[in-house]
Ligand binder design. Structure first.
Ligand SMILES: Cc1cc2nc3c(=O)[nH]c(=O)nc-3n(C[C@H](O)[C@H](O)[C@H](O)COP(=O)(O)OP(=O)(O)OC[C@H]3O[C@@H](n4cnc5c(N)ncnc54)[C@H](O)[C@@H]3O)c2cc1C
Length: 428
């Protein structure tokens, strides 16, 4: 019997364990993998490169979490000023594109400006679908050329199929003057919502978790296969069982709900309607370090396989052997909207081709390491089913006394710090 059973040893589960320890509550974390960390795991490969499970940087404004993470790595972290750009049809555009149209074809710039001016004063408050919101916020030409194209790659569905409850600061709303300045001048202020970020000097992003892992009572290789909320018992793969007084789960909801004994059909159906992207990461090691001046790049082009590329060797010099560089490409799929129906390895060559075509890789560059890695649950898809389905699922979990936390328990857009805090809050 553990007083509190915590399911999953990612940021949320370890945040819950941290809080329980602070309060003197006995808690055990059960993790199905043989390694803790969840999405914040880092992988050091033989050739000396370090890749995270998707590009991870810490840009939290929560000062308590900043301090906790800094202490976790004994103050050994890099502080970097974020530099971000975009690729569109052979053009490199500073981010965000709406404020940096300088250098794009004159007819496109003219059409964007005309539509942007027409869109001035349009009300976006209360708009419930993403496409309508984009057209109202930026005008038709910009909406269709940039965010609708990128969104279809990143979210795997057309903008009309998505809601607007995830936007937050993600899409910058410039004043007309900023758009005009950016169309006329190559030098514009930085307005990305991530201005600076931190990254552990050694060991990849995962290093932030070390003390929380060390302090937690953790059982690895413990896949939860069934939960009986009446009897307050958990069953693991292999048949072992434990009881609990309180349960906090960070397991993705579509996997949690089918494991709960006696779940009503409508709740099971609602959980099945929650959609999420799957990300294939193509990790490359290259025999040259000056691959890019930017930490990450968004690729708008439909004929490019890569959606976003980041350069882990720029996050910390210890992420690659001296003189070498690394690229992490993200390619997105989803069971509902764009199923992954090929072997992940088949994406490696097309992605390398993208980098050669765009000029990031030169003909003379040697790719000394390559791999494809699948992240089954990546980004929650904010389609129109999400909110009503989530109400049903969370309502049921509340009824049966199962607390939920983390990105895939809350089923939102939580960053690492928010996932950690949600775990703490689930303990109380
Ligand atoms: C591509 C990508 C890039 C991102 N970039 C950033 C970034 O730059 N900065 C940032 O702050 N955040 C970033 N995030 C978000 C961040 O990864 C999450 O907020 C955070 O890692 C989620 O932690 P979690 O504990 O909620 O979930 P997870 O990390 O998924 O942890 C859940 C754990 O539950 C375990 N589990 C699942 N099923 C079972 C079972 N049946 N039994 C037992 N255990 C189980 C899993 O193995 C896993 O360890 C990114 C996410 C993605 C996908």
């Amino acid at each position: 019997m553990s007083r509190v059973a915590i399911l999953g040893a990612g940021m949320a589960g370890l945040g819950a364990a941290y809080r329980a320890r602070e309060l003197g509550i006995a808690a055990v974390v059960y993790e199905k993998l043989d390694r803790p960390g969840g999405h914040t795991r880092s992988f050091a490969v033989d050739s000396g490169f370090v890749f995270d499970d998707g590009p991870h940087i810490s840009f939290t404004r929560n000062e308590r979490i900043q301090k906790l993470f800094a202490e976790a790595v004994n103050g050994e972290y890099e502080v970097l000023q974020a530099s971000v750009n975009n690729h569109w049809r052979g053009h490199w555009i500073k981010h965000p594109a709406q404020c940096n149209l300088h250098g794009l074809p004159a007819d496109l710039v003219a059409a964007v400006l005309r539509d942007f001016v027409h869109a001035q004063g349009r009300e976006t408050e209360g708009i419930r679908d993403y496409e309508t919101w984009l057209r109202a916020a930026y005008g038709d030409t910009f909406a269709e050329t940039f965010p609708m194209e990128y969104g279809a790659k990143y979210h795997t569905l057309p903008a009309a199929g998505m809601g607007t409850d995830w936007l937050g600061p993600r899409l910058y709303r410039p004043e007309l003057e900023e758009v005009l300045d950016g169309a006329l001048s190559p030098a514009t202020p930085d307005v990305h919502y991530v201005s600076h970020f931190r990254y552990p000097t050694r060991g990849g992003f995962e290093s932030y978790l070390r003390p929380f892992v060390d302090q937690a009572k953790l059982e690895l290789g413990r896949e939860v296969v069934a939960i009986d909320p009446q009897a307050k018992r958990i069953v693991f793969a292999g048949g072992d069982e434990v009881g609990y007084e309180r349960l906090v789960s960070s397991i993705p909801l579509p996997e949690l709900i089918p494991r709960i004994a006696g779940t009503p059909d409508d709740v099971a159906a609602a959980a099945a309607r929650l959609a999420c992207t799957t990300c294939v990461l193509v990790n490359l090691g290259v025999d040259r370090a000056d691959l890019s001046e930017h930490h990450w790049t968004y690729f708008y082009d439909r004929d490019f396989t890569v959606t976003r590329a980041s350069f882990p060797h720029m996050f910390s010099p210890h992420n690659a052997p001296e003189g070498m560089g690394s690229i992490q490409a993200e390619v997105y799929f989803s069971a509902r909207y764009r199923p992954l129906d090929q072997r992940p390895e088949e994406l490696i060559e097309p992605v390398i081709g993208d980098f050669r075509r765009s000029g990031i890789l030169r003909e003379t560059d040697r790719v000394v390491f390559r791999e494809a890695r699948v992240v089954p649950f990546a980004n929650v898809i904010f389609d129109h089913d999400r909110a009503p389905a989530l109400d049903v699922v969370h309502g049921y979990l509340d009824d049966v006394g199962i607390n939920y936390a983390g990105r895939y328990g809350l089923w939102g857009y939580q960053w690492t710090d928010e996932s950690f805090v949600s775990g703490e809050e689930a303990i109380g």
